[in-house]
Design a protein around this ligand. Structure first.
Ligand code: ATP
Ligand code: MG
Length: 350
């Protein structure tokens, strides 16, 4: 089925190039910490690309989804505002992309009640993320955690998004959303006889690079191995200097045998608009010291304008809040219209 998903996704990508107006995208992040360069190259840069192609985008900052699996992520409000600054600094345009917080949209959250009626307990327990949590975590499973695929469905369907950029691990969530959309149509019917209330969204599988952190494991904010988008050039240099490498002097790109060195090459390539093999050839026998110096310079060059913009934005909290207010207003109106349609389909208009 992965091959089938890939084929569908390729078809969508081709259509996006000619008919961006056919598509509406939902993406987002959980505000559990600072955004890092893994996020940037893994998903944020792709959002900017799609936005600039003219695809309408909704961007959810999923603050309600922070509370289901973690207590100690710090100040949610601060994470949210920092995320908005990151979005704007990397080129998300709030006039074209609607940035909103989950908790500010009662209409979106109210979709959970009918949606929950459309899924079974067994189905939820089969979701890979839920299953993983059930089998590996010592924490008791909360009702909120158990039902999180349904929240994601509400995030996607409230604005009738028909396209969701994801990694392959998230395909089951999209499938669950499609099931909910289909079952809503079967069980509750339509308002417009020619169209179901909800579209069945497609997954857009992007060839996202898997960025490793400075310790050679996946870059992840909970592992403390990140370079944040908003760090200074000095902080970046210090972190790269300490990054794990190996003792071999000859630099080569071999992600399986030499994950750490290959990751530094990958990042250098991404920052230079080149590829890791070429960078490796150019460094040759220069060793990891040369590689680190080159990555530091390239990364600091690449992120310099983004960081300058980010610093300006971060200093203007009033502006960041106004972007959210406007996004919440726009998304809230969309959510209310959808909820209204849902109530009409369910014959709950009084
Ligand atoms: P956590 O430690 O809480 O899991 P995280 O830093 O791994 O945080 P997530 O919220 O899990 O971040 O990731 C959000 C999305 O960002 C992912 O679905 C993926 O698309 C992208 N992403 C995160 N980390 C990376 C990475 N290291 N490389 C590529 N993409 C990444
Ligand atoms: Mg993660």
């Amino acid at each position: 089925t992965l091959a089938r998903s890939q084929a569908r996704s390729d078809k969508v990508e081709a259509d996006l190039a000619v008919h961006p107006e056919n598509w509406r995208i939902l993406t987002g992040d959980r505000p559990t910490g600072k955004l890092h360069i893994g996020h940037y190259f893994g998903s944020l840069a792709n959002r900017v690309r799609l936005q600039d192609r003219g695809v309408e985008s909704f961007l959810v900052i999923a603050d309600y989804q922070v509370i289901y699996d973690r207590d100690g992520v710090g100040d949610i409000q601060e994470n949210v505002l920092s995320g908005v600054a990151d979005y704007l600094a990397i080129g998300i345009d709030p006039a074209r992309s609607t940035i909103f917080t989950h908790s500010a949209l009662p209409g979106l959250n109210q979709l959970l009640l009918p949606f929950l009626s459309l899924v079974t307990d067994a189905e939820l327990r089969r979701n890979p993320t839920v299953k993983d949590e059930l089998s590996t975590s010592e924490r008791p499973m909360s009702g909120l955690m158990l039902t999180f695929p349904v929240h994601q469905a509400a995030d996607i369907l409230f604005c009738k998004a028909n396209l969701v950029p994801v990694g392959k691990d998230q395909l089951p969530h999209i499938e669950q959303t499609r099931v909910i959309a289909r079952r809503f149509d079967e069980r509750y019917g339509r308002v417009d006889p020619d169209h179901p209330v909800f579209p069945e969204p497609e997954a857009l599988l992007s060839a996202t690079p898997h960025v490793l952190g400075l310790d050679g494991t996946k870059m992840s904010k909970s592992r403390g191995n990140t370079i944040e988008i908003g760090m200074t050039a000095d902080q970046t240099a210090k972190l790269i200097k300490k990054a794990k490498t190996d003792a071999e002097r000859h630099i080569s790109y071999d992600p399986d045998a030499r994950p750490e060195v290959s990751n530094l090459l990958l990042l250098t390539g991404l920052c230079e608009g080149s590829d890791p093999e070429t960078v490796a050839e150019e460094i040759g026998d220069g060793g990891s010291g040369t590689l680190k110096k080159r990555l530091t310079a390239s990364m600091n060059d690449y992120f310099a304008p983004i960081r300058a913009k980010r610093a300006e934005l971060a200093a203007d909290e009033g502006y960041l809040r106004s972007v959210l207010r406007e996004g919440n207003g726009r998304a809230g109106a969309v959510a209310d219209r959808t909820l209204d349609e849902v109530r009409r389909a369910m014959k709950m208009v009084y």
